[in-house]
Design a protein around this ligand. Structure first.
Ligand code: NAX
Length: 330
């Protein structure tokens, strides 16, 4: 059988920690499948280019049969030329003394131009997953600067939070993590996110019926998930990288392939007003993919007062972030 034509995948911030954990998995076929050749288009800023050269040497040294070509660049037009998947990882982390507003504005300077370059250069089936923080609002900025690209092509990553939450629930219930399903992360990928234990299931049974400890579910469980990133920095001296790369792969696989049964996964997608969330926010919802990249927000999930309050708080945060970057939106 003739080999399939390669699909172009862009990774920004490719020489960073997450990039280093991500590229080898993409190159080995874990993103798009074991028979799908890929062209890697790797974007860095100038100071990252030397490290990127080293990373590319290592990818070369793996002799991955699926890698047709690797392009490294600091040029946005080259990075997004003909690309079908853009994984926007590179961003500027918050430094001491930096206000959240400063962080949003600095990253706006990155994600606005990237959005415009995607609109100008990417393939017609482009899909974008934003990992770089603050990922929801960075995604909103990029999307709003690319009005030519349909709004359902843009995703911000809440999958790491979902996977973290599933891990905590599985551990507490003494079940394998694969028993935990239907775990939605609502809202912002930040400390206000709401990991929705009430609608999650363990082997098909609602979590609160299996873990009969509302105090733990409403308290320690949520804070552990919300603060997991900080706990990893504390322990490792570096922020999560391999698990973030894994979640990026999971996100793409979940977008590409139909979600089985009545399940759902967590992705921050454009709000169309579902659950009363203001339209246009890039909001963490339960999402069901229909195959070939189409998806829908799962509607009709119930929320008690506790959940409603949590969702209200994270919504307010995203609304505030949007007003802080309003000048960067088109
Ligand atoms: P690193 O600092 O290791 O790497 C970032 C890389 O991006 C660097 O090589 C840098 O040169 C490059 N870069 C910076 N500005 C760029 C630009 N304008 N264009 C292209 N490249 C650029 O960070 P890393 O640990 O890899 O994390 C990357 C981002 O992911 C951070 O914003 C981080 O906060 C975010 N994360 C998001 C997560 C999520 O769940 N959504 C979890 C993990 C991670 O914290």
């Amino acid at each position: 059988m003739a080999a399939k034509p390669p699909i172009h995948i862009t990774v920004t911030g490719a020489a960073g920690q997450i990039g280093y954990a991500l590229l080898f998995r993409i190159a080995s076929g874990q993103l798009l499948g074991p028979d799908q050749p890929v062209v890697l288009r790797l974007l860095e800023i100038e100071p990252g280019m030397k490290a990127l050269e080293g990373v590319v040497m290592e990818v070369d040294d793996c002799a991955f049969p699926l890698v047709s070509d690797i392009i490294t660049t600091t040029d946005l037009d080259v990075a997004f030329d003909g690309t079908s998947w853009a994984l926007l990882v590179g961003s500027v982390p918050r430094k001491a003394g930096m206000e959240r507003g400063d962080l949003l504005t600095i990253n706006g300077g990155i994600f606005g131009p990237q959005g415009r370059a995607i609109a100008a250069n990417a393939a017609s089936d482009i899909r974008v997953v934003v990992v770089g923080n603050p990922c929801n609002t960075n995604c909103l900025i990029a999307r709003s600067n690319a009005p030519e690209v349909p709004t359902d092509r843009w995703f911000a990553m809440t999958r790491l939070d979902e996977n973290r939450a599933k891990g905590q629930l599985a551990k507490r219930a003494g079940v394998p993590v694969s028993s935990v399903t239907n775990l939605a992360i609502w809202g912002n990928h930040s400390a206000t996110q709401f990991p929705d234990f009430a609608n999650a299931r363990i082997d098909g049974t609602p979590v609160p019926e299996v873990i009969d400890d509302n105090g733990w579910l409403q308290g320690e469980f949520i804070t552990t998930v919300q603060k997991r990133g900080a706990a990893i920095i504390d322990a490792r001296g570096l922020s999560s990288a391999a698990s973030a790369a894994n979640a990026a792969i999971d996100s793409v696989v979940s977008i590409r392939t139909a979600t089985p049964g009545d399940g759902f996964t967590s992705l921050a997608v454009v709000s169309d007003g579902e659950y009363g969330v203001p339209q246009g926010l890039q909001f963490g919802f339960p999402v069901r993919a229909k195959g070939s990249g189409a998806w829908e927000v799962v509607e009709g999930l119930g929320h008690d007062e506790f959940a409603k309050e949590r969702i209200r708080i994270t919504t307010e945060e995203l609304v505030a972030e949007r007003s802080e970057v309003i000048d960067l939106l088109r």
